[in-house]
Design a protein around this ligand. Sequence first.
Ligand code: GH3
Ligand code: MG
Ligand code: MG
Ligand code: MG
Length: 304
Amino acid sequence: MSWTDLARNGRILVVDDAMENIQILHHALREEHEVLFALDGEQALQIARDQQPDLILLDAVMPGMDGYAVVAALRSSPRLQDIPVIFVTALSQPEDETRALDGGAVDFISKPFNVAVVRARVRSQLTIKRQADLMRELSMTDGLTGVANRRNFNDTIDAEWRRCARAGLPLSVIMIDIDHFKLYNDHYGHQAGDACLQQVSAAMKRCATRPQDLLARYGGEEFILLLPQEGADGAEVVANRILEEVGRLAVPHATSPSAPQVTLSMGLATGLPPSDSTDPSALIRTADANLYRAKQTGRNRYCL
Ligand code: GH3
Ligand code: MG
Ligand code: MG
Ligand code: MG
């Protein structure tokens, strides 16, 4: 994506208790961005929740909830805390500006402002925000397959474990390993091996359909599927679906001792957090041990 793409076409929320100020900013920004507006702090938070703006231009002095309170509310909400906020205010003392920046605003513009400067600062903050979003996305994704990476999996299982503990619900994992993949690489070459990993991971992803399910690449040709709020029966349904879906791919594997096509083996484990004997790492150890049994007993199957 080019620099201009990062700096334009944002969704900007303008918050000010004076309609006249909103109109001036709307006029200044509408050619480069989509502009939403709110006339008070409560309304601003509501619109931020509903429309997820990329950036907020925020008045400081408003009746009811003022700008400082709005920033504090945004920063305490996991869904809203990353939206950058620029204060646009008649306040101009250093302590006003310091308080805004310490509270979590990214910039501070005093009225009267120059329209071109506001436009430029919006572009600059939008670019920073989008670069940060891209970095976060990259840091959580496996480069070859596009599924979650191991770090993402570790963070997610910890959060889901706590969520399931609060809700009194089970959580399952499926550890997955492609059968005789070394032989596949030896016969077809490493590039074909890479393409196979992409195809197989896409097929597995189709099998885990709920929004909270997470497929991650755990190691070279090893994947792990996290199924929050799913018991052993549900995990078995998904494991069968994966066997079927990867079977349907029918990727030829001429040198495999198991089958003439690419197959995989799986180990399932289910826990009911919080329990004394189990934590996420114990659950993964169990899944790993069950995967080992699936390998020992003939591959192209799951064990639980
Ligand atoms: P098993 O059925 O027991 O799992 O046998 P295997 O050959 O799959 O197991 P092993 O762990 O001996 O070999 C894994 C192979 O996966 C070796 C390695 O070269 C290959 N591999 C790991 N990561 C990648 C990758 O990113 N691309 C390709 N093409 N191959 C990879
Ligand atoms: Mg005001
Ligand atoms: Mg392996
Ligand atoms: Mg393998």
